[in-house]
Design a protein around this ligand. Structure first.
Ligand code: SAM
Length: 289
């Protein structure tokens, strides 16, 4: 068999897929072109795979955390909604976020003096620096990386922050504590009097019980709590939510579109900021209790 035929037949033999299942009933499958890393850290299984449709993907405990093709949506929406409402965000804390994407977005804001990322798993940071060099904002002079449990950090630090982001994995394993009321209270205590807290708050389609519990806990701590949504194709149901939690500012009344200067965004803009807080009826229902 000549080389071209051999190559083509080899190509057709390659048929490897990664499937992330949700509740063992529905899943997302991505065709894999290469497996680059597969190890266990002290906290979780870490995989890095190249996929044909979404480029390189970071997978933790079998769940997609980021892909090269759509991570910008999540990191822009997690960061720029609160950072465009707070009038003077100088000190920002990111809990989790081991891929460095939130660090990259937060340090785009000239007014930010320091962005601290507290990630529990050092191995995630090392793997992402190696395999996702363009995602992480680790090298920015204003970036500071702390390897620690985020819940312990906010419970013990005497530092104060203007904005705190919870860029966490799902409410299982090491991240479970980051969806509980004691953590939210510690975050509240770590924020300045006009501070804003935004955690990712799961899928309102696939994680309805969790979402209701998360918002009930948040509302028992923060006076202002409002969900906003984004479309993230590789996340469960592709409909993802964030919780805007604030001691003082309203995400729309205290938002001034003129403040939005283009920092090379590909998803976030002033129109999206205003529209993302519009919720479908069934989602309003979920967070109304
Ligand atoms: N964008 C992703 C999502 O929405 O699922 C999150 C990505 S980021 C990789 C999630 C990070 O949270 C992981 O690196 C994980 O190690 C970290 N993490 C989990 N529990 C933590 C904790 N208690 N303290 C700090 N980081 C934690």
């Amino acid at each position: 068999m000549n080389d071209i035929v051999k190559e083509e037949s080899m190509e057709s033999l390659w048929n490897m897929w990664f499937t992330e299942l949700h509740h063992q009933r529905v899943g997302l499958s991505l065709k894999v072109s290469r497996v680059l890393y597969s190890e266990y850290s002290d906290f979780q299984r870490i995989d890095v795979i190249d996929t044909e449709q979404f480029g390189r993907a970071l997978v933790l405990y079998g769940s997609i955390m980021i892909t090269e093709k759509d991570e910008f949506v999540y990191h822009e929406m997690l960061s720029h909604v609160p950072l465009h409402v707070h009038p003077k965000p100088e000190k920002v804390l990111i809990i989790g976020g081991g891929d460095g994407g939130a660090l990259r977005e937060v340090t785009k804001h000239d007014g930010v003096q320091q962005a601290t990322m507290v990630e529990i798993d050092k191995q995630v940071v090392e793997v992402c620096k190696q395999y996702f060099p363009k995602v992480g904002g680790f090298d920015h002079p204003k970036s500071r990386v702390v390897i620690d449990d985020g819940a312990a950090f906010v419970a013990n630090t005497d530092e104060k922050f203007d904005v705190i982001l919870a860029d966490t994995s799902d409410p299982i394993g090491p991240a479970e504590v980051l969806f509980q009321k004691p953590f939210y209270q510690s975050v509240y205590d770590c924020l300045n009097d006009d501070g804003i807290f935004v955690p990712q708050s799961e899928s309102p389609l696939y994680h309805q019980d969790s979402v209701t519990k998360i918002y009930r806990n948040l509302k028992s701590v923060f006076p202002i709590v409002r969900m906003y949504l984004a479309h993230i194709p590789t996340y469960p149901s592709a409909l993802w939510s964030f919780a805007f939690c604030s001691k003082k500012y309203d995400p729309l009344e205290d938002f001034y579109p003129g403040r939005v200067v283009d920092m090379g965004f590909n998803y976030y803009n002033a129109d999206i900021h205003c529209a993302c807080f519009a919720l479908p009826g069934y989602v309003k229902e979920l967070v109304s209790s």
